[in-house]
Design a protein around this ligand. Structure first.
Ligand code: CTP
Ligand code: MG
Length: 256
């Protein structure tokens, strides 16, 4: 399809029909945080971590619906949170799996059938801005598969087995990948179905899948584009990240 035709289709759909769903992942165990409470439910400036990103999607006009993925024991409390914070776009609360990609698949299966695009987002990334959501929605309509990312600022080196430096990587081509990761729903579903077939057929080990783009890179039929991300769009992994996240929120004047 030529770019022109594709753009025209996008324009036609814009007249009311392009539907975008955000799938927010909150089914992890937060093992690196070492706290009794899972990190996605910990308090960050007065709100549970996951509620920050749910409110961001609630507020964004490009987003039509939201699916939250949590572990089985948290489905009920997620439902209570969605009522308490008036999260009207939350259409489904799906049960996650023991690996991130399984949680994504579980969420994808509950997305409304007429959805055109999905934005997959880590519930542990509470600081995403309205501008970043807008950019992801804009890019995915053009490229069909794209991920938020920022240029790497550290020097990255590869070690050998004995912790000696083997190689210094050319930093100018390195990007640190974030979420949202945005895809055409049909392309993404096809790639996921193919992945599950491959795992079944070859009994292959999926433990190296750490993000959604990898699945489209390996199973899909199109290249994945970067969307300019934000250095403030951090993922909460350890206690230190909570301090950094608080500082960012306070710098914004506490505006959530
Ligand atoms: N996630 C999920 N299902 C899983 C694993 C992760 O929905 N089986 C979600 C997490 O809740 C988080 C996001 O994916 O929002 C990113 O994962 P990560 O930061 O690795 O979170 P956890 O797996 O919870 O933390 P850890 O790896 O430290 O155990
Ligand atoms: Mg994890």
């Amino acid at each position: 399809m030529s770019d022109k035709t594709e753009n025209r289709e996008i324009e036609n759909k814009k007249d009311g029909k392009v539907k975008i769903c955000a799938v927010v992942l909150a089914a992890g165990s937060g093992s690196r945080m070492h706290t009794a409470e899972k990190k996605q439910f910990m308090d960050l400036c007065g709100l549970p971590v996951v509620v920050h990103s749910l409110l961001a999607f609630e507020k964004n006009e490009n987003i039509d619906s939201v699916v939250v993925v949590t572990s089985k024991e948290d489905v009920h409390r997620m439902l209570l949170l969605s009522l308490r914070y008036n999260l009207r776009k939350v259409k489904n609360i799906a049960e996650g799996g023991d690996m991130r990609f399984k949680s994504v698949y579980s969420g994808l299966k509950t997305v409304e059938a007429d959805t055109d695009y999905v934005l997959i987002h880590d519930g542990a990334r509470p600081l995403l801005s309205q501008e970043l959501i807008d950019r992801c929605c804009e890019y995915v309509k053009i490229y069909k598969a794209c991920v938020a990312a920022v240029p790497v600022t550290d020097t990255i080196k590869i070690a050998d087995d004995r912790m000696f430096i083997k190689e210094t990587v050319d930093r100018s081509r390195l990007w640190a990948v974030q979420t949202p990761q945005a895809f055409s729903y049909s392309i993404f579903m096809k790639a996921y179905n193919k992945l599950y077939e491959t795992i079944r057929e070859y009994n292959s080990d999926p433990s190296r899948i750490t993000d959604d783009a990898m699945i489209v890179e390996n199973m899909g039929d199109r290249p994945v584009h970067f969307v300019p991300g934000e250095y403030s769009n951090i993922k909460i992994t350890t206690q230190e990240d909570m301090t950094v996240a608080e500082a960012f929120i306070n710098k914004r004047g506490g505006d959530i």
